[in-house]
Design a protein around this ligand. Structure first.
Ligand SMILES: [Zn+2]
Ligand SMILES: [Zn+2]
Length: 89
């Protein structure tokens, strides 16, 4: 009586499951710098918004430059919180 659902005795199912260490590896290294990312979308975001093209987000109020859009948003919402009206050109 050998139920086919049992797979404990099959040789290909025993061992070789603990490839420890690879779980922390980030398989998407940036080709332009030392950073690496766990997903391709994260790497693409880095390449698009950070790597190779720094400081591309310019504050329209004081022309300060930031490498990330979130930093620009934070800058605008903190520094220019008082006069938060964009130029109406
Ligand atoms: Zn990079
Ligand atoms: Zn500014």
């Amino acid at each position: 009586m050998t139920p086919e659902g049992e797979a404990t005795n099959q040789p290909w199912n025993s061992g070789h499951q603990g490839l420890g260490g690879l779980e922390n590896a980030k398989p998407f290294p940036c080709p332009q710098c030392v950073r690496s990312y766990g997903s391709k979308s994260a790497l693409n975001r880095h390449l698009r918004e950070e790597c190779g093209m720094p400081r591309q987000h310019i504050c329209y109020l004081c022309s300060s430059a930031f490498s990330q859009r979130c930093n620009l948003h934070r800058h605008v919402s903190t520094v220019h919180a008082r006069d938060s009206k964009p130029p109406n050109l």
